[in-house]
Design a protein around this ligand. Structure first.
Ligand code: ADP
Length: 304
């Protein structure tokens, strides 16, 4: 398809031993999308990514990357891909700058251009001070950023990140989000797998959920979140309340901290909930979601 960055049709994977990890997966990732592939452990995410990168052989189906079929035209398809795998796979003795320029060399980028791009990327990702440091001496978060720089140096149109912020602390995670959002605004198609659902909720405009080798959802995040029939909130009240009132379309329990945990059906507005509580002399001081909304929906979908 013309506007597709990636088109996957009827993809199946049966591993040696007979286990079927992917059962007839079809997916279309539009150009310029920020696409989240979510699913519990063992769902098949890494298998899909492995097939996209040609590290895993598919059993059946087809994959096109920017219109290039990976079976017929792998060398053209691969030019469009930048991959950030889950595991660090650098030569630990090689300095950062050299890792990036060497990678560019594999894609035929002339050295002076590669050096310029490497400088730009390492500066953007806060690694310029470390350019002569062997990669093995970097912290986990720095290694992750180095993998992103390495994946982008040949200027691919698609960046695939497998669990990009696993083990990365919160402030660094946020700066990586900002970097990725900027790249996406500049036209880069980004596909990520993550099990931080807050990350997917923040970044991805389209989300596919895979479970046991089957795509169970694939839609715009806004529409996906609209599927939530109920949402759980934590209410902190002004005074500790004794006994909880009955409120239509809500179920309330008191948690161990004395806060009220309330599951609210979408027929009940938050304004009405708070005013109903006020009528019972329960004053709500603070209200927060129990988890990210996507996380709540995900848990319900995958467990049902
Ligand atoms: P995810 O990335 O969503 O955690 P994977 O794609 O790694 O899931 O795995 C999907 C399923 O395929 C799992 O049940 C896993 O045990 C199985 N699997 C993965 N790799 C192999 C392999 N090389 N041989 C046999 N089974 C495998």
């Amino acid at each position: 398809m013309k506007n597709s960055a990636i088109t996957i049709k009827h993809l199946k994977k049966i591993y040696a031993g007979g286990f079927q990890a992917l059962k007839n997966i079809s997916l279309d990732v539009p150009k310029g999308a920020f696409f989240g592939l979510l699913g519990p452990n063992g769902a098949g995410k890494s298998t899909i990514i492995g097939i996209l990168c040609s590290l895993i052989n598919k059993t059946a189906g087809s994959v096109e990357i920017y219109g290039h079929d990976i079976d017929k035209d792998w060398s053209e398809a691969k030019k469009n891909l930048g991959i950030v795998p889950q595991e660090f796979n650098f030569n630990i003795f090689e300095p950062c700058l050299q890792i990036i320029t060497n990678q560019a060399g594999y894609y035929g980028v002339p050295y002076p251009v590669a050096k310029q791009r490497a400088e730009h990327l390492l500066k953007e990702l806060g690694l310029w001070d470390k350019r002569y440091t062997p990669s093995g001496k970097l912290s986990g978060g720095m290694k992750r950023r180095l993998m992103i720089a390495r994946a982008l140096v040949h200027q691919p149109k698609i960046l695939i990140l497998d669990e990009p912020t696993a083990g990365v602390d919160i402030s660094l995670r946020r700066s990586m989000w900002t970097f990725l959002e900027k790249q996406n605004k500049n036209g880069l198609t980004i596909i990520l797998t993550t099990h931080y659902l807050e990350e997917a909720e923040q970044l991805c405009e389209t989300i596919a959920i895979i479970d046991k080798g089957i795509i169970i959802e694939n839609m715009n995040k806004v529409d996906l979140l609209k599927k939530m029939k109920c949402e759980t909130f934590i209410l902190t009240t002004e005074a500790d309340c004794i006994g909880l009132p009955q409120i239509d379309n809500a179920s309330l329990i008191k948690n161990n901290d004395g806060d009220i945990e309330v599951v609210v059906n979408d027929a009940l507005s938050i304004t009405k909930l708070i005013s109903d509580l006020e009528k019972q002399n329960i004053i709500v001081k603070r209200i927060q979601n129990k988890s990210s909304r996507l996380e709540e929906l995900f848990v319900r979908m995958v467990e049902s």
